[in-house]
Design a protein. Structure first.
Lengths: 176, 571
């Protein structure tokens, strides 16, 4: 088998996110290959929990189920300045500390309601921590982007059509 | 394909050589080969074959690693091309990266290039409007540049010739400033675009909103099927290359058409160093090429040479074609080559909202983008303190009120099923700029590229006329939109660099007098008449219309002339 084929077989397809896994799945390391950002498996798990809290599973999968947190990491690694990357990681750790302080549990172990309360504290700027804000701004924006453009959503909810099934109509009545 | 050995002179001799395979070069190739001329088309970049070489054409949004966004490293390494709206993950492979092909900016100029077979015809925005005599007579009437040596009547049959083959969607709007052409059915305006159109016709004279005329096959004719192209299905992913051939490009149309004649030799990876001039024969005899793979010099020969390298690169090639007879560049006896470069001023946009028509929305996609407003300023007579005027885009869409606040199941619901917002509109200005001697390109005396060719120095900037025109655009559109009941009118002044409009023109202008221009009315160099320049470099002035259609028509017209001259033994 050629090297290329091996790599292709190793590609993780989570919710349509095509990501190259880290080599050999070293224990303690994140499941995808990143160039600059260093993420542990524990932090990855935490990010999945945050993504799932932002867009939870309902009768359809949530952002964590669809691997949106891996998309966030990919974007963070490739599209952001070093300062933003560092802030993101510090903010992630501070969020975890905040959860432990407030509810005595890791964010991932908090109840759904407790997780929502924590994110609400961030959104409503009740936590005076620029790192957490910096983390959450990127985390939320990219989770939303990843979710709305995920294979699941574009296949099952807002079906993406290369060729629109309806011809262009500039007087289409609004359907109630 | 196209792999010509550095063989005998006979093997390297053609009837005609075309430098460049983009919008105009493709047309030169088509016209020559159809008429039995053995034609060599030289392309500095790689080959891009229709369909086969459109790697992203059928990729879903989620198949792009960064959802279209370019990685930071790439953006930082390529500040110029990164400013181009189409430099995104789905089409970045068709654009020249800054570092690979350096040039010198004496003043900030974003030079956007596509070095491959098809050139920028692959990624163009496809707007295709004829020029009128308001444009061809503009310099003479308003006293700038030099008089065009041609008028609309010279061009009309060639516009028709090109339009029939290319396929243009449009309406016969009956406007003197934007002559009608050979049209396929237009993309329709939507309810708000139509509303604004009606408002303008009631409140103003000579202000019109029409369906944008675009090179899309809304209803292909047999000539289009013969090219292997099919109907535009409104994918609206044109910049990736269209697997249906729904829009016109050299790759989908003129190049394969020329190939079918058996008279085309297409040679990618061939950077043209210079046109060879024979001092004894008093004519150009061929072209000196550097093969970018082998780095070897090769000479090719022909009776007629068409220079279609892209406006500024055509300047570069001819300025670098020095000989005893032409020490300052081929045909450059008056020293004006490289000067009087101009462009389109796209640095202003305006947005607004309309609170009516809530019962309507749009479905499907409109690849034409919406409406077009032909120039109305200083049209019939001078009426402002600046020269010339601007055309404008005008597009309306029903917005969605995306509410990203909060988290959890409520947010999920709002994201997936957002409420409809009001209608919004966007307009952008397309201003004519005045060619000036000081807006120019030249060759650097020291710095050279990877092939030993001098780097191009670009010295082009806006002037007061551009600034006044921009203010007028803001004022006029604010007034028109206010009159028509739009609200939240916002002006956006991008102050973008010249060049990013991707409509750079001039430097080897046409004119009536060899003392003040380089090309005659047939696009021949006055001082070397078997060399023709028919891309953007030949433009005497810029008008407000998108220029590609005029380049194609000028090319077809010039090829016809060259063929007639060859038959008469004049070339």
């Amino acid at each position: 088998m050629k090297r290329r084929d091996v790599i292709q077989r190793l590609v993780i397809v989570a919710g349509g996110f095509v990501l190259v896994p880290s080599c050999l799945q070293q224990p303690g390391k994140a499941s995808i290959a990143l160039k600059l950002v260093e993420v542990t498996d524990i932090q990855e798990h935490l990010l999945a929990a945050v993504a799932s809290a932002i867009i939870p599973a309902t009768d359809t999968p949530g952002a964590g189920d669809l691997g949106c947190h891996l998309f966030v990491l990919k974007m963070l690694d490739d599209c952001y300045e070093k300062e933003a990357q560092q802030k993101f990681m510090r903010g992630l750790n501070d969020l975890e500390s905040y959860a432990k302080q407030k509810f005595s549990y890791s964010f991932a172990k908090c109840t759904g309601q407790q997780q929502q309360d924590i994110l609400k504290d961030i959104e409503e700027k009740k936590i005076n921590n620029a790192d957490i804000t910096g983390f959450f701004d990127i985390m939320k924006e990219k989770t939303l982007e990843g979710y709305l453009t995920s294979k699941y959503v574009l296949t099952n909810i807002n079906k993406y059509e290369f060729i629109p099934s309806e011809k262009y109509n500039g007087y289409a009545p609004v359907k109630q | 394909m196209g792999d010509i050995d550095n063989g005998s002179v006979k093997d390297r001799t053609f009837d005609t050589i075309v430098i460049g395979s983009g919008m105009s070069g493709g047309w030169a190739a088509k016209e020559f080969t159809e008429n039995g001329f053995k034609t060599l088309v030289l392309e500095r970049g790689r080959d891009v074959q229709h369909i086969k070489d459109y790697p992203t054409a059928n990729m879903f949004p989620y198949e792009f690693e960064h959802r279209g966004e370019m990685p930071l490293e790439v953006r930082k390494a390529n500040p110029v091309i990164n400013r181009c709206y189409a430099f995104r993950e789905d089409a970045a492979h068709f654009f020249v990266k800054d570092a690979e092909h350096p040039y010198i900016q004496e003043k900030p100029f974003d030079w956007i290039r596509g070095y491959q077979v098809g050139g920028k015809s692959l990624m163009w925005a496809k707007a295709t409007q004829r020029w009128s005599n308001f444009d061809y007579e503009g310099p003479a009437r308003d006293g700038f540049a030099v008089d065009w040596p041609i008028r609309y009547e010279d061009m009309a049959p060639w516009y028709s010739h090109v339009e029939k083959f290319v396929g243009i969607a449009g309406n016969k709007d009956g406007l003197a400033q934007l002559p009608d052409g050979e049209f396929l059915p237009a993309f329709p305006l939507n309810v708000v675009e139509d509303y604004f159109k009606k408002q303008l016709s009631q409140k103003y004279r000579h202000r019109h909103v029409i369906s944008e005329r675009v090179a899309h096959l809304t209803q292909p004719n047999p000539i289009h099927f013969e090219q292997g192209r099919g109907q535009c299905m409104s994918r609206d992913l044109c910049q990736r290359g269209c697997p249906l051939g729904g829009y016109f490009s050299s790759n989908s149309s003129t190049i394969p058409w020329a190939k079918k004649t058996g008279n085309l030799t297409l040679r990618p990876f061939s950077v043209v160093h210079s046109v060879i001039y024979d001092d004894k024969k008093n004519r150009a005899t061929g072209v000196r090429v550097i093969d970018t793979n082998t780095k070897k010099d090769i000479e090719f020969y022909a009776k007629v040479i068409f220079v279609n390298a892209g406006a500024l690169n055509s300047n570069l090639v001819l300025l670098n074609s020095v000989s005893t007879r032409f020490p300052h560049g081929l045909g450059n006896d008056n020293g004006l080559m490289g000067k009087f470069v101009a462009f389109h001023n796209y640095s202003a946009r305006i947005s607004a909202q309309y609170n009516g028509f809530k019962e309507f929305t749009t479905v499907g996609r409109n690849p034409a983008g919406g409406g077009y407003m032909p120039r109305f300023r200083n049209l019939f007579k001078q009426e402002t303190d600046f020269l010339r005027g601007y055309a404008a885009g005008f597009s309306a869409y029903r917005s969605t009120n995306r509410d990203d606040s909060g988290t959890g199941a409520g947010l999920k619901q709002r994201l997936l099923y957002p409420e409809r917002g009001p209608w919004k509109i966007g307009s952008h200005m397309m201003g004519e700029t005045i060619p000036k001697e000081t807006n120019m390109v030249s060759l650097d005396t020291d710095k050279k590229d990877a092939w030993g060719i001098p780097l191009l120095k670009i010295s082009v900037e806006y002037d007061d006329n551009d600034e006044k025109m921009k203010q007028d655009y803001f004022e006029q559109f604010t007034e028109m939109l206010t009159e028509a009941g739009f609200v939240n009118i916002e002006r956006h002044n991008s102050d973008q660099n010249p060049g990013i409009d991707i409509h750079e023109m001039g430097g080897i202008r046409m004119g009536r007098d060899p003392r003040t221009s380089l090309l005659n009315k047939w696009n021949q160099l006055y001082a070397c008449n078997n060399v023709y320049v028919t891309d953007g470099a030949c433009m005497t002035s810029t008008s407000t219309q998108n220029p590609s259609l005029t380049y194609m028509a000028l090319t077809a017209r010039a090829v016809d002339h060259a063929i007639q001259q060859c038959k008469k033994g004049e070339l």
